[in-house]
Design a protein around this ligand. Structure first.
Ligand SMILES: Cc1ncc(C[n+]2csc(CCO)c2C)c(N)n1
Length: 205
């Protein structure tokens, strides 16, 4: 156990492939500043021209993605986060070594300072087989216990509320799926902040 090269993993590697889209001519600055200011040292990270992939423990994957988006929202620009979270994808190991990190979240204190209304949606895809619709319904019910507004839309569930609470809800769903024994879970989400549009562009309110 004293061998520094011995790693004991009792969690599975999770990941998120995402992009942040700032609706401004200054988009490069908004993205690069967020990536610079958020502490990503407990996750494997790779940024390309189309997005960023982070991998590691669930807690750090959510800590980092939440912090990056919330950081970008504080520019005041209309920014959108679009991401795919995945856990249990068979046969891929990039970033495994990051599972040895402890659970202390490096960006939680900064994220907690940010109050930002967001509108988003999520879709859950339990890929491990079995009773997938009930797994999804259970997690929509779990989401309703968070401090956010949850409503039905086609192919997804809409989420309105404070950004921290929305990300915490998504993380809770992901953890619940792990505890339910789902062997492979995928969750997609789109989250928007500072949009000049009305909530529902087809309604009169
Ligand atoms: C989180 C996140 N990572 C990467 C990109 C892709 N991207 C678009 S502009 C830019 C900066 C200049 O290269 C990069 C890396 C993104 N949109 N969001």
């Amino acid at each position: 156990m004293n061998n520094p090269f011995h790693t004991c993993h009792n969690s599975r590697i999770a990941g998120c492939d995402f992009a942040i889209y700032p609706m401004t001519d200054h988009f490069v600055d908004v993205i690069t500043t967020a990536l610079k200011e958020v502490d990503t040292s407990k996750v494997w990270v790779k940024t390309t021209d189309i997005g960023t992939c982070v991998r590691g423990k669930i807690t750090h994957v959510f800590d980092v993605t939440k912090a990056l988006f919330l950081h970008a929202t504080q520019t005041g620009y209309h920014v959108v986060f679009s991401g795919t979270y995945s856990i249990g994808c068979p046969g891929d190991s990039d970033g495994d070594v990051f599972l040895a990190e402890d659970d202390r979240r490096l960006n939680e204190a900064e994220s907690n300072k940010i109050k930002q209304e967001v509108a988003g949606k999520f879709s859950l895809y339990p890929l491990g087989g079995g009773d997938y619709m009930n797994l999804i319904y259970d997690q929509i019910e779990a989401m309703k216990k968070q401090n956010i507004r949850v409503s039905s839309i086609h192919y997804a569930t809409r989420l309105d509320g404070d950004g921290k609470d929305v990300f915490n809800g998504l993380e809770q769903v992901f953890v619940n799926m792990e505890h339910s024994g789902s062997s492979h879970t995928v969750m997609t989400t789109t989250i928007s902040a500072n949009s000049p549009s009305k909530k529902d562009v087809n309604s009169d309110d």
